[in-house]
Write a protein that binds this ligand. Structure first.
Ligand SMILES: Nc1ncnc2c1ncn2[C@@H]1O[C@H](COP(=O)(O)OP(=O)(O)O)[C@@H](O)[C@H]1O
Ligand SMILES: N[C@@H](CC(=O)OP(=O)(O)O)C(=O)O
Length: 243
């Protein structure tokens, strides 16, 4: 069983999601079960991206309404991908909210994960080899409200599931070949790093454009979750992080 995470760029349009679907189909052949974590579609300016959704309401402190609104981005993305997968004949379903099992406190906008309940996921895996879950969100048991895990939080969702489900690997599909010596959109003379330690990964993450969310990298390091950060567009391997 593996976990795959597709970010806003991978999910942004139908053409790109065709590549996502091809990757999922291949993973089902090679690994039999795949948990797919998705982010909201696109970036600022694209209708259902996190930034565009948050632009719909007046800027204020994080609240039950701002978290519900931004959680919708990943819910839309998960629904669309699930429908497209089914149309291609992939036996997929989706889980969200309490069924997805990520239980948090009520710190809207940057909630802490208190508990991960994988019972429902494991039961559904008996029926469906491919489960889609929206990233970046959890649910508070006390208030029964949606919460979000902080910007870039779908990466954290993916590594948390990777750990709790004991996945063979957590794959991240990006618009870069993997972790490079620096951001290739800033610096032309960069090289792919094929393997690196959790410590090296944490050191190379520089805000604001993080190759993977810092909190996610920290969690992966703590629990030794094997990661593969790779390109959506190229077949070759990207960067493995496992020591
Ligand atoms: N060392 C690095 N190697 C590769 N990409 C990097 C690096 N540092 C920063 N980046 C940036 O990280 C981005 C990938 O993150 P992001 O776009 O947030 O992905 P996703 O939407 O999948 O979460 C790349 O587009 C790149 O600009
Ligand atoms: N959509 C959320 C969560 C996320 O992780 O997005 P992405 O995977 O596209 O960085 C955000 O923009 O913060």
């Amino acid at each position: 069983m593996i976990v795959q995470k597709y970010g806003g760029i991978a999910m942004q349009d139908r053409q790109s999601r065709q590549l996502v679907i091809a990757r999922i189909q291949k993973a089902l052949i090679n690994h039999q079960k795949v948990l797919v974590v998705v982010s909201a579609m696109g970036r600022k300016g694209q209708y259902y991206s996190t930034d565009s959704l948050l632009d719909l309401i007046p800027r204020s402190n994080d609240s039950v309404e701002s978290d519900l609104l931004s959680a919708c981005g990943e819910l839309i993305s998960a629904s669309v991908l699930c429908a497209e997968l089914k149309k291609e004949g992939v036996p997929a379903t989706l889980l969200y909210g309490k069924s997805a099992g990520i239980i948090t406190n009520e710190a809207y906008g940057n909630a802490d994960i208190l508990k991960v309940d994988t019972n429902k996921l494991l039961a559904v895996f008996h029926e469906f080899p491919c489960i889609i879950v929206p990233g970046f969100q959890g649910i508070s048991e006390h208030t029964n409200t949606f919460t979000t895990l902080g910007r870039g939080g779908s990466d954290l969702t993916a590594v948390v599931y990777g750990h709790h489900l004991n996945a063979e690997v957590v794959e991240f599909y990006k618009n870069v070949p993997g972790v490079m010596t620096s951001d290739p959109f800033q610096n032309k003379s960069v090289q792919l790093i094929t393997t690196m330690s959790y410590e090296e990964l944490q050191k190379i993450i520089i805000e604001p454009v993080e190759i993977i969310q810092k909190k996610a990298a920290k969690f992966a390091a703590l629990h030794k979750v094997p990661l593969h950060i790779r390109s959506l567009y190229e077949e070759r391997d990207g960067t493995f992080v496992f020591h």
